[in-house]
Each structure stands twice: as C-alpha cells, then as structure tokens.
Design a protein around this ligand. Structure first.
Ligand SMILES: Cc1cc2nc3c(=O)[nH]c(=O)nc-3n(C[C@H](O)[C@H](O)[C@H](O)COP(=O)(O)OP(=O)(O)OC[C@H]3O[C@@H](n4cnc5c(N)ncnc54)[C@H](O)[C@@H]3O)c2cc1C
Length: 464
C-alpha cells in the first residue's frame, strides 16, 4: 500500500486513518472480546457516512476485505490485513416521541439510547447488556429482554442508511428497497456497512424485574423447575435461567463466591403485584441464596442480568431449541455443568409469545418457532478457544436432534462462526435468496470478515 494512497485517504476522511505503526492503532482495533483482535493494514475511524464510503471505495479499488467494528463484542473473524472501519465516533441519537422512533448512528450503544427514550416513557427492544452496539444487535435478530412481550427489534426497523460494496450510500426501507431491506435485516454487514438506523420504540417505562440465585448443589432441580414454570407464563413474562461458575475471588461477595449458582432472571411488563404472584412458585425450586426483585424504571433494567461492561476474552456457541425436556436438561448438565472440563456459563432464554410471530415487514431473521435459546459462554482465562472445541462439539452434537438453528448475535468466532454455523442461522430457502442478493450486491465478497454469506460466484473467500 503506497504512502501517498494513505495520505489521499486521510485527506478525504474526517476521522483518523491509522496504520499499524501509528499511535492509537492498537486502542482503535481492540474490541470488547479480547480473544479476537483485528490486524488490519489500515483503520478508518469513521466520523460520518462519507468516511465509510471513502473506506469502502479505497478497499474495493485494491481488492481488500472490509471489516466493521462498533464495540467488538461480536466478531466472527479477525482481519489479517484489509481495512477496518470503526464506528465509535458516529454517536448521534435522535428520538421522535410523537412517531415513537429513534434514529441512531452506527456507533451507538443501547446505554446511550435508553436514557434518551426513557423521559418519553419509551424504550428500545434492547438485549440484556446495554453496552453492545445497536446496529449489529438489531440486524442480527437480537433477542431482547422483552422479546416475549414485544418480539424482535429487527421487526421494528423503519429504515437504514447503508454503504454498499460500490461505495454508494443508500437509504433502505421495506417499501423502497424490499429485497435489500429483507437481506440486511438479518444478514447484517454481508450487504454493506450501516451508517444510521431508525427503529420503532415501545411504550415501556417500568418493569417488575430482577431474579433469584440458588446454589446449584443445594438446588439441583432448578433447571427442571424453571422450564416447567416458564411453560405456563403469559407473554408479559420474560425470563431466562443461567448456570454460572462464580469465581472463588475475594472480591465476589458471599454467598455466591466459588459456587456454581443458578440465576433465574425476570422482566415482567405487567403490574408488580401480578409479577410477584407469578414468580412465587420459583421459590419452591430449591433454597434461594439471594432474591432481588422489584418494580424498577426500565432505565435500570441492565441490573436484571448485571453483565459487567469489562472487555474479556471469551468464546461462545448457541442453538435454538425446539424442545427442552428432562433429557435435554440432563445432557446440558452432564456436559456443561459443574463437572465440565472447561468452565461454562450455560443460559436458556425463554422465547415464544411475540417472538414466535412473523414480522410485519419481512426480513431474514429466522427460526421464530423455537421456544428456547441456549447459549454457552466460556471466559478464556488460561485457556484458548481451541480448548473449548471438544466440549462445545460434544454439547451441540448431543443437542442436534432438538436444535432448530442458531441466532447470529450469539454465534462465536473462528470455528464457531464457520459456514455451517452461519447456515444454521437461516431458513434454507432464505439462505438461497440471501446468496443471490449477495451475488448482486457484493459479488467480490468485500464484506467477508463476518458471519459470512458468500456470493454464488466466488464460493467461500479467504479471510483477508
Ligand atoms: C455481555 C453480553 C450480553 C449480550 N446480550 C445479548 C442479548 O441479550 N441478546 C442478543 O441477541 N445478543 C446479546 N449479545 C450479543 C450481541 O448482541 C452481539 O455480540 C452483537 O453482535 C454485538 O454487537 P457490537 O456492535 O457490540 O459488536 P461488534 O463486534 O462491534 O459487531 C459485531 C459484528 O456486527 C457487524 N457490524 C457491526 N457494526 C456494523 C454496522 N455498522 N453495519 C453492519 N454490520 C455491523 C460486524 O460483522 C461485526 O463484526 C450479548 C453480548 C455480550 C458480550
């Protein structure tokens, strides 16, 4: 890459252009998952849509792959060479309380949206951790805290601005460009880089939420009890259960320290009184270590899962499950429970309700009929992603008979983001249509450093 080319690029963009030897390169490329670090030839720290256009044109002219990073929580693959576009400077949040919409720049995280919508009694359909990026979560079919009550945020995308592989900035809506809209909402950056997204909000200002913690050894029946309980719940009841190996660390308060604990999480949109009544049977699941439930402003709902916004190295894997019976739970505990060879956080999220309904504006988010989403996460302290492979393979092979697919936002990286895993995120006919549209909009597979849908013409491309 010629120095003069870089100088020309830098003169055209407002944000920084960074090479590996530049101060700031390391900080700019480092995302929240410390196990996957991009090593691009050049980084464009985009400050506006035109910067993204310049970066994409620069890459396309040289046949370089383009990666995009907001927070770096959800990489599929690390760039080795190529161009990395970072979006953290594109932070505009515009709320329209009359239309009940919010428009966000590509770098916006939910923790910036929630305080802006709350004063209007409105909320976005965010996930459990508000420090993830809005665009990637929404376009990946993100599973929200209130998914059973209100369905997917993906289904509420009004429109977006997209820089396609030809460097053009397009306004994409369900009516204006129905094919591209259908593909991007679900197919994410396979079709371009989104610079702005507008979506509908929901009229939520409070929830009855929190959870129960149990010592897994003293309360071995929690998973079974939770699943039996969840089956009878109305769609206003959103919940999940996680089995968490809590570190034996003096900074962790008793009584959780050093134990495997079950954490049942609740976000109920009905009244606090009714919520209290509905969760009461969960006290019978076993001795409760800690109970923390309250009527809370929605702006405090991050406390329900309480996931710390600290960068850590992690791998993850996921499956949508068409049924969760005693055999499935036994399999999960056998492989990923307290005796697992590598520590795992195992989580089951209850779907159904509005999550099972089709979108008013068709998109490519699939597998809506699955009643549960399983995710397994391992913190890679003293181990590598490779060390998790044998265990993950065992778990997911054992669950294959009841798996109906995967959700893009929960897929991991490397081997856990391979062709078969991406295929699992889509309905077969949808994948064929996505491949046809990819062939039209990105025939060179410029956008391939992701959960990739290769175009029909090139087959699977290399990672850089
Ligand atoms: C603690 C924690 C809690 C989570 N909770 C949930 C949850 O409740 N529900 C859920 O569904 N998911 C959840 N996730 C997963 C999360 O939604 C995904 O990892 C998501 O992809 C993260 O997006 P990001 O922008 O923060 O990460 P990034 O790594 O920056 O982005 C991930 C990928 O999205 C694509 N992308 C990013 N920006 C753009 C853009 N502007 N245009 C097009 N494509 C883009 C790129 O392929 C990029 O590699 C959670 C993750 C963590 C770490």
């Amino acid at each position: 890459m010629k120095h003069t080319d870089i100088q020309t690029l830098a003169s055209r963009v407002e944000g920084p252009v960074l090479l590996p030897e530049d101060e700031g390169y390391d900080e700019e490329r480092t995302g929240a998952n410390l196990a996957v670090r991009h090593e691009p030839e050049v980084i464009v720290g985009a400050a506006r849509a035109e910067d993204v256009q310049e970066a994409v044109r620069f890459a396309a002219e040289r046949g370089l792959a383009v990666a995009v990073q907001c927070t770096g929580h959800g990489h599929a693959a690390a760039a080795r060479g190529g161009v990395l576009v970072t979006t953290g400077r594109m932070t505009g949040v515009e709320v329209d309380p009359d239309r009940r919409t919010v428009s966000v720049g590509a770098g916006v995280r939910f923790e910036q949206v929630i305080p802006a919508t709350a004063p209007h009694g409105l909320a976005p359909l965010n996930g459990s951790a508000p420090h993830v990026g809005v665009v990637s979560y929404v376009l990946g079919g993100g599973v929200g805290l209130l998914v059973r009550t209100y369905g997917y945020a993906s289904d509420r995308v009004r429109g977006l601005e997209l820089v396609t592989a030809d460097g053009e900035l397009r306004r994409v809506t369900a009516d204006g460009e129905p094919d591209l809209y259908w593909a991007v909402v679900g197919g994410r950056d396979n079709f371009g880089i989104v610079t702005r997204l507008e979506m509908d909000l929901v009229p939520v200002s409070r929830v009855y939420g929190g959870g129960f913690f149990y010592d897994a050894r003293a309360a071995p029946g929690v998973l079974n009890a939770y699943v039996r309980w969840a089956e009878d719940m109305p769609r206003q009841m959103n919940s999940s259960v996680a089995l968490i190996p809590v570190p034996d660390d003096p900074e962790v308060p008793e009584p959780m320290r050093g134990r495997h604990v079950y954490h049942v999480r609740i976000a109920y949109t009905g009244s606090a009184e009714e919520g209290e009544r509905l969760v009461a049977p969960l006290r019978e699941a076993g001795p409760v270590l800690v109970e923390a439930l309250r009527d809370m402003p929605y702006a405090e709902s991050a406390s329900i899962h309480d996931e710390p916004p600290v960068p850590v190295p992690f791998q993850r894997e996921t499956a949508l499950l068409r049924e969760v019976d005693d055999d499935v739970l036994r399999t999960l505990l056998e492989h990923a429970g307290p005796r697992a060879p590598v520590p795992c956080v195992v989580e089951l999220r209850h779907l159904g309700g509005a999550a099972a309904e089709p979108s008013e504006h068709p998109n490519s988010v699939a597998h809506r009929d699955a009643p549960y989403l399983l995710s397994v996460v391992t913190l890679l302290f003293g181990i590598t992603a490779e060390d998790t492979r044998p265990l993950y393979e065992k778990i997911f092979e054992a669950l294959a008979p009841v798996s109906s697919g995967a959700r893009l936002t929960f897929l991991g990286f490397g081997a856990n983001a391979g062709e078969d895993r991406v295929r699992a995120a889509y309905a077969p006919a949808d994948l064929e249509r996505l491949t046809r549209l990819k062939t039209v909009h990105d025939p060179q597979n410029l956008f391939r450093l992701n959960h990739n849908i290769p175009p029909a013409t090139t087959g699977a491309a290399s990672a850089s």
